[in-house]
Design a protein around this ligand. Sequence first.
Ligand SMILES: [Fe+2]
Length: 206
Amino acid sequence: MNALVAPPVLPGAGLARLRGFVTNLAELIDSTRGEREILESGAKLLARLVNQDDWLPEAYAQPDPDRYRQYLLHCDARERFSVVSFVWGPGQGTPIHDHRTWGLVGVLRGSERSERFVRNPDGSLKHAGTDVLHEGEVEAVSPRIGDIHRVSNAETRHASISIHVYGGNIGAIERATYDLDGRAKRFVSGYANTELPNLWDRSVRA
Ligand SMILES: [Fe+2]
């Protein structure tokens, strides 16, 4: 019998959602180099991704008791963009830091606090506002619109997870953390994982 057999629907089928996101983002970046357009259209794509919480494999949703985790989910072959899941345990957060490229942050689970900083004329940093992002919401950063912030879990009793997209291989970019005096300390973040989720099994349906 030659009846068509539907492809199996496996537990990881939600990865097709992430595959769709990275292919749409690659098409967007193929079509424009304009940061404004990438952030505007990319934010819509990311909002769609984080509005469904059924696709992130457990391995990339694991908090660590000591510090937040940064799991690479995908890096463009030409390192034009990367997609990362940040997992924040209760009370966890980053130091004040920059990105040196455009970035989009979308909250998948829980909520996240982002405190923005700007430079004073003497080079020290001034707090410039706090945003709390909730599930499904997206925020942008870049050197053009404001690149220095401090991020933390806004949930006091639960882990939060946000999906970040950057205009480069963020774990390999030399960046800086800052103290309030504006003194910079160089860092390259790397990633917590050594293996990536397999987005490319097209026999697996969403
Ligand atoms: Fe950041």
